[in-house]
Structure formats: structure tokens, C-alpha cells
Design a protein around this ligand. Sequence first.
Ligand code: FPP
Length: 239
Amino acid sequence: MSKIPKHVAIIMDGNGRWAKLQGKNRVTGHQQGAKSVKEIVEEAVAQGIEYLTLYAFSTENWSRPKDEVNLLMKLLVSSLRKEFHRMVDNNIRLVSIGNIDALPTPVKDELLSVIEKTKNNTGMVLTLALNYGGKEDLTQAMRTIADKVKNSIISPEKVDESTINEHLYTRNLPPVDLLIRTSGEERISNFLLWHIAYTELYFTKTLWPDFKKEDLKEALLNYAKRERRFGKTSEQLTS
Ligand code: FPP
């Protein structure tokens, strides 16, 4: 049985601290972070990961200084433009999760254009979490389900796990097998809440701009050594 996780999600943290350590501004940190994104996406394809989900901008990130938010948005547009051909070469299908209607128009347009152009690709699914929050995702799902119940489209007793799953932004994604967070922080920060029920968590002190191929390989190796029991005993798994 393959020990390569099917779905890897990453909280890319530490761009600001990396910049500070180098005596540079936060902009440079995010630019270096974008370089790590490129390298890690290519390595994920090389490793045979089927789904890679990156936390690129959270619902909470809007409260950062306006200049930094603008820079992150610009970086997204330029990265999407620049990396589009490489996504095609690597047979990557780009999708997004989160409320993209609230993104600046150029970001939304570029994103939708790449999503459309890569929709028939059959390789790795690269998901960008943009204006995404786990609580917001669950909330919008509950709202839609409540509305359907109210209009007798669903009966309340029929609401089960699959109903909730089908209404989340993440509906087309499998559960996350491995969640990586860089920079030494050990928390979830409102990322995928539903899909991490049985996820293996991997925390590293490495700052995101320093997180490269070898670091991903190390995380995968660490994952491969773990025994996932999903609530069962070790004996049940081997029998
Ligand atoms: C965390 O570092 C990073 C972000 C809030 C955004 C992630 C964005 C990138 C990696 C750049 C481009 C993304 C793509 C998809 C091309 P931080 O600013 O929170 O760092 P700090 O905690 O050290 O201040």
C-alpha cells in the first residue's frame, strides 16, 4: 500500500519572520514565499501527491495592513500568470476554495481564467484557499442546508455527514491525510476544519520561504512512518 498521502494541505507560515531575520521588508518575505510555492508544487507532482491544498489567504488576513493585503493580491495575480504554463506542463488542475466573490476583480478574473484553462487536466489537483476560513465554510454550508430544509428540498432527518460535506467549498476534495504547518506555530488557524478529522499533523520550525523540496520529502517520510488507526486498534488494522 502506498504511503504517499493522497491529500496534503499546507499552512505556509513565516514569510514575515523570514524577512525580519534577513533585515528585509515583509514584501520580500512574501516574494520568497511565492518561490517556495513553485518548488513545492513541482515536488508534490513528482512525489505523486494527488491533491495539494495551500492556505494562501484567510478570511482573517484582511485585517493586515492595507499595503500588505494589496501586495499579496498582486503577488497572486502575477504568480497565476507566470505559473500558468508550468501548470499545463505538469498536467495540474487548479481549483479554489473560499469566497472568491469578495476578492479584487483582477485576482478573481485571473483565478477563474486559470481554473477554466486547466479544468480538463488530469494530474494533481492544486487547491488555493483564498478568502477561506473553516468556520465560514461550515457556516455557509449550514445556511444553504437550512434554506433547503425550509423549502422542503431536504428533510431534517435526512441531514447526515454527506449532506454537510456536499455543501462545503471542499466538497470535491478527499479528507486531508497530512497537514503541514511551517514556522514553529502549532495551530490550525481556522483552516480546513471538517476535512482534518483524522489528519496527521506535521509541524516544522522551518520558515515558509526556507521550506524546499528536501523539507517536503522529510515531512512525507515522517508521515510514512506513522500508523493511522482511524479509531481502531493496531491489532484490528493488521488482522
Ligand atoms: C504567512 O506568512 C503567509 C501568508 C499570510 C500568505 C501566504 C502567501 C504566500 C506564500 C505568497 C504567495 C502565494 C501564492 C499561492 C503564489 P506571515 O506573513 O504570516 O509570516 P509571519 O507569521 O512570520 O509574519
